[in-house]
Design a protein around this ligand. Structure first.
Ligand SMILES: Cc1cc2nc3c(=O)[nH]c(=O)nc-3n(C[C@H](O)[C@H](O)[C@H](O)COP(=O)(O)OP(=O)(O)OC[C@H]3O[C@@H](n4cnc5c(N)ncnc54)[C@H](O)[C@@H]3O)c2cc1C
Length: 590
């Protein structure tokens, strides 16, 4: 193997359960927070050091941030990184992900492989890697669990919520490293080198451009409370008595009356208007429920701006008319699905006449396509939104779960306005009657730099997004006892979700994590079992119809944010809950 030049991007983030609040300009309040290296970047550094050392090459770590961010470079050097570059300049403050990616691309120099963390615990856009790849004209792959370099190529296993895919990517390439890919770089502070070899650069070293908040096409324009307030009814006493009273309370609340997804599903997908504004919805091939919810939301937005919806889908030969029932007014089928050429084809189409907005689910494939598109069109990307609306200036306003129990309000001033949405939060509207529609086929070449060995089948949006009942487990549930939750899960046809502490431990995959750095769902019922109820987690279940919490600690925050609370050991109360619910189900059947 030839000696590799490995570049690793690493970011400093607030440590632990900080409040994560945003200041008036929508920037993370860092004052007083203890900081650390972003957990995903720890893996990227570890992989980078390994690849450089195994190939006899050299590794360089780059960070962008205030003077204190040099600490993450010192820690990375303590782990074995050879060189470090610190990009720091007050004019960079407030840069959104597009401007950040541009600045970082200006510092990357002659790399065979550029490693990034798959996401960050504060910004959580997961878009920097793909944006950087587009800016550098490179292929992108991620989030990867395993990676090996051989003969100018990376062999990688990509992690998706519903499985993995093996790919081979030609170098140079940008690779996003998944959180469980390897042991993380962790070095005690007393063993960090002094950092006097760190190269410090400012924007003077970058190509001339505008930086910071004012140059950023997306901006945080406000912060709203998340609305976690409920009126909790808390039970104590023997496990059986608590379970009986909880079931009676759930019945009184009508929890089992109709198991439809959300009340909004009573509305029908609206018909299009005749205006020129187009909302492009990028969808997977076959319309699963996530795609349907996305199309319905796109249709609602299109009506607000007097326009119509263009569904752009990867073609698997499925009947396009089904998309029309769920919100599409015209359909474009792409003949290929490699993200780089897809983004290239779309960028060409949109260069002359930009649609008003482009939306897609917040999933890896869609993220890469839209991140690349945002770079090509200089348009910015609003990512991981839980809702979209139109403000009085006719601009899209997105809401994104943020720290401190808040939602950040984000506006895009770019054209088109590009956004990824957590489809689990979108209402599923009733399908409308089909109408005549245009269907265009756009040829998309394969990406010659990427070979997919075992293609993943199916669309990413999975059962958790649309589940009617979700059981969320926290660190209070030992993974060896997950089987004890099965009777409840089977009885209610529920999906399992988790807190970040659980996914950090690897007890359940990251795709099951709810919260500001995970997914958002709006089930009819959320069982919060053995989890403390930190707002960083509950942000992902804030629109659950009813929240039932089980926790041994009466002071656990979850009891302030649930509807029904049981102060009990979950293992003691669970059999009684299941028995009671089974008996009720038996009565309802007879
Ligand atoms: C920037 C940032 C982003 C974050 N993003 C997320 C996110 O997206 N999602 C997320 O989940 N977290 C996130 N976190 C972490 C979050 O702040 C909490 O630390 C985490 O949610 C707590 O997980 P937990 O409730 O499982 O663990 P703990 O806080 O350790 O709580 C375990 C609970 O289990 C209870 N318990 C123990 N044994 C039992 C038993 N036998 N029966 C019943 N109860 C029992 C305990 O009383 C305790 O309340 C984030 C943190 C930061 C700083």
């Amino acid at each position: 193997m030839k000696p590799l030049r490995v570049t690793v991007l690493t970011k400093q983030v607030p440590k632990g359960d900080h409040d994560g609040r945003l200041d008036a300009d929508g920037r993370l309040e860092r004052g007083g927070n203890v900081t650390e290296m972003n957990p995903w970047c720890r893996r990227a550094v570890a992989q980078g050091v390994r690849l450089a050392q195994e190939s006899g090459g050299r590794s360089t770590a780059i960070t962008m941030g205030p003077p204190s961010a040099a600490d993450v470079l010192r820690e990375a050097m303590g782990w074995g990184i050879d060189d470090a570059v610190h990009l720091s300049d007050p004019v960079l403050a407030g840069s959104d992900c597009l401007v950040t990616a541009r600045a970082l691309a200006g510092v990357v120099d002659q790399a065979d492989v550029v490693l990034v963390g798959a996401s960050s615990v504060d910004g959580s856009t997961g878009a920097i890697g793909a944006m950087l790849a587009e800016l550098l004209g490179l292929p992108f792959v991620g989030p990867v669990l395993d990676l090996e370099v051989e003969d100018h190529r990376v062999r990688a296993v990509v992690q998706y919520d519903n499985g993995t895919e093996s790919v081979v990517v030609d170098l140079p390439a940008v690779v996003a490293v998944a959180e469980r890919s390897c042991s993380p770089c962790k070095v005690p502070a007393e063993q960090w080198p002094a950092g006097d070899t760190i190269r410090h650069v400012t924007t003077a070293a970058l190509p001339a451009a505008r930086w910071g908040l004012t140059a950023s096409p997306t901006r945080v324009t406000g912060v709203r409370p998340l609305g976690l307030t409920r009126e909790p009814v808390i039970f104590r006493g023997t496990p059986k008595r608590q379970a009986d009273r909880a079931i009676a309370e759930l019945l009184a609340r009508g929890c089992f009356d109709t198991f439809t997804h959300q009340p909004e599903s009573l509305q029908t997908v609206p018909l299009p208007m005749n205006g020129p504004q187009a909302v492009v919805a990028l969808t997977g091939p076959a319309p699963d429920e996530c795609t349907r919810a996305l199309l319905g939301s796109a249709a609602a937005l299109a009506v607000e701006v007097g326009g119509s919806v263009v569904a752009v889908r990867t073609d698997d030969g499925a009947d396009a008319s089904d998309l029309v029932r769920w919100g599409a007014d015209s359909v474009v089928s792409l003949t290929g699905d490699d993200p780089r050429p897809v983004a290239g084809v779309l960028a060409k189409c949109f260069a002359d006449v930009a649609p008003w907005a482009v939306v897609a689910g917040a999933l890896p494939w869609e993220r890469e396509v839209l991140a690349r598109l945002a770079v090509s069109l200089g348009a910015g990307l609003m990512s991981d939104l839980v809702s979209l609306s139109v403000n009085t200036d006719g601009l899209l306003v997105g809401l994104k779960p943020s720290g401190g129990g808040t939602l950040a309000e984000i506006v895009s001033y770019g054209s088109p306005q590009i956004a990824t949405l957590r489809t689990g939060m979108l209402p599923l509207l009733r399908p409308r009657e089909p109408h005549a529609f245009d269907h265009q086929v756009l040829p998309v070449e394969q990406d010659p730099a990427i070979t997919r060995i075992d293609r993943r089948s199916g669309h990413e949006g999975d059962a958790l997004d649309r589940a009617v009942v979700v059981i969320g487990v926290g660190r209070g549930v030992d993974p060896t006892q997950y089987g004890d939750l099965e009777p409840l899960r089977e009885l209610l046809n529920a999906e399992l979700a988790a807190t970040r502490k659980v996914t950090d431990e690897g007890w359940l995959p990251h795709g099951r994590q709810l919260g500001i750095t995970g997914r958002s769902v709006a089930p009819r019922m959320y069982f919060a079992v053995g989890l403390s109820g930190n707002h960083n987690h509950l942000a992902g279940a804030s629109r659950a119809g009813t929240v039932l919490a089980i926790n041994t600690d009466p002071a656990a925050p979850v009891f302030a944010h649930c509807d029904v609370g049981l102060v009990a050991d979950w293992q003691e109360v669970m059999p009684h809950l299941v028995d009671g619910l089974r008996t009720r189900a038996g009565r309802a059947d007879s």
